[in-house]
Design a protein around this ligand. Structure first.
Ligand SMILES: [Zn+2]
Length: 244
């Protein structure tokens, strides 16, 4: 899923106002954040297969350590445990764990049957919403608008813009994937826009005034995590994939 992951993180902010939006976003996309590391070390594999689904040419051939049901639960537990270093309330740590796990559930809705239940010989699941353009836009779009709506009332004034820009960045994820399999000029342009989006988010976060009840520490954390969400590894991964 693309913007849907951001949507659940945005919606979760109200439940745990003391946890930074950046941390919530990182939890919601955690499985995708660690995925490039497993790819680069050869532990997991992906293949470019134009038309694999209408939304992405990526064929997720082997990714049980990041995207199996069992490992999603294990990562959730690990994140709940490690987040104890900065997040005090057990309820908020549980929420972070739930966000990590939500990734698998949301991927289950959009992916082809390529999500294993456990590492090893396992059946693979996926409902394949990414085979439908209108279906995907409707579901992910509705989720994102709801997420923004739930978040907006509590958000910092300029951070609201940051969220929209970050949303643009996530929306461009799909077209960028498409470009991996073909003409690279547009691909580079889209990658450029996405980098600009992340820089803009960083900038807005630094100058944005926190609303009453939020401290500056939260704002910094939010800004930093929002823009580092996958950027460097993702660009490197794109380069590797393009190189074949
Ligand atoms: Zn994923």
């Amino acid at each position: 899923m693309f913007v849907g992951h951001a949507a659940v993180a945005l919606a979760a902010k109200k439940t745990a106002p003391e946890v930074s939006l950046g941390l919530l976003l990182a939890a919601a996309v955690w499985l995708d954040l660690v995925w490039p590391i497993f790819l680069l070390t050869g532990t997991e594999r992906v293949r470019i297969d134009p038309g694999n689904t209408v939304f992405t040419p990526l064929d997720f051939t082997y990714y049980p350590w990041t995207h199996s049901l069992v490992m999603a639960l294990a990562w959730s537990a690990a994140v709940a445990f490690v987040s104890g270093l900065t997040v005090q309330r057990p309820r908020s740590r549980l929420l972070l764990a739930a966000l990590v796990f939500s990734h698998w559930v949301l991927d289950l809705i959009v992916h082809r049957p390529d999500l294993p239940l456990w590492p090893g010989a396992s059946p693979k699941l996926g409902l394949g919403l990414w085979n439908s353009v209108p279906g995907t836009i409707l579901v992910e779009g509705a989720m994102f608008v709801t997420g923004i709506w739930m978040y907006a009332n509590d958000a910092f004034e300029r951070q609201r813009w940051a969220v929209w820009i970050l949303g643009t960045d996530r929306v461009l994820c799909g077209p960028l994937d498409q470009q991996l399999s073909g003409a690279t000029t547009t691909g580079h342009a889209i990658a450029g826009i996405r980098c600009a989006c992340r820089l803009a988010v960083a900038g807005l976060g630094l100058v944005g005034r926190p609303a009453p009840g939020y401290d500056t520490h939260t704002r910094w954390q939010s800004t930093l995590t929002s823009c580092t969400t996958g950027s460097a590894t993702e660009l490197y991964l794109n380069h590797r994939l393009r190189a074949g």
